[in-house]
Design a protein around this ligand. Structure first.
Ligand code: ZN
Length: 239
């Protein structure tokens, strides 16, 4: 293979590898993000539950105050019983007493209902808190794993950078400029193999004459359709 072409194939492979490191790192970070989002959602649920419990407790307090008022009223009615003058007054007082007692029983029922709700919410709250603790534990583990992965990726990236810069020292500057120009639009597919006599960049069929030149690899051949640099991959590699 032409030496310049050989360099370009190597360079292109390094550049492709380098481009793939960032998505790998993003992918690692995304693993953690899912857990962090779950933890945040649980925190929101915990806060909402606290608000609901407060609301119910405040309703309970109101009912308690009402209950105390009703009991005072009952005491007053009991005192008034001694001062009753006639049947009509007695009936009115009895009715008042009956209503107060009904209201007391209603307030008690309401308090019992609210207590049940509070108990339910508090057990929910406990579940949320346990879930959050688990999630935070997982986050810690995943954070360590992700950090290690990213460190590995960065090490690999440094190796490729190093190899790339060593190669760059040897690459002919005109060839490099030529490559960079194609790379500007073709990104990581500036140098592509020919497979089944087609350009692996634009997937168009290469004519026999150009294909024969690519196979010969004596010089740098561009795809007649898209302009990418073509090379014939070793059969073993292609297989
Ligand atoms: Zn092409």
């Amino acid at each position: 293979m032409n030496k310049y072409l050989e360099d370009l194939v190597k360079l292109s492979k390094f550049d492709t590898q380098i481009s793939m490191f960032e998505p790998q790192i993003e992918n690692e970070k995304a693993k953690l993000a899912t857990f962090v989002e779950t933890a945040e959602a649980i925190k929101v649920s915990i806060n909402n539950t606290y608000v609901l419990i407060d609301e119910v407790k405040s309703k309970r307090t109101k009912n308690n105050i009402h209950l105390a008022e009703l009991k005072t009223k009952l005491d007053d009615i009991a005192k008034k019983h001694k001062e009753v003058q006639n049947e009509k007054e007695l009936k009115a007082l009895q009715l008042e007493e009956e209503i107060a007692k009904e209201q007391i029983s209603f307030a008690n029922e309401e308090i019992a209902r609210l207590d049940e709700i509070t108990e339910e919410r508090e057990s929910q709250l406990k579940e949320f808190q346990e879930k959050l603790a688990q999630e935070e534990e997982s986050i810690k583990d995943i954070q360590i794993a992700v950090d290690n992965q990213i460190e590995d990726i960065n090490k690999q990236r440094n190796v490729v950078y190093q190899q790339r810069s060593e190669l760059l020292e040897k690459v002919d500057s005109k060839i490099l400029t030529f490559y960079e120009k194609i790379r500007r639009w073709a990104k990581d597919t500036a140098v592509v193999p020919v497979k089944k006599q087609a350009c692996y960049g634009c997937h168009m069929k290469i004519n026999d004459k150009t294909y024969a030149e690519v196979v010969k690899s004596d010089e740098i051949i561009n795809c007649p359709h898209c302009g990418r640099i073509l090379y014939k991959e070793d059969e073993t590699v292609e297989a």
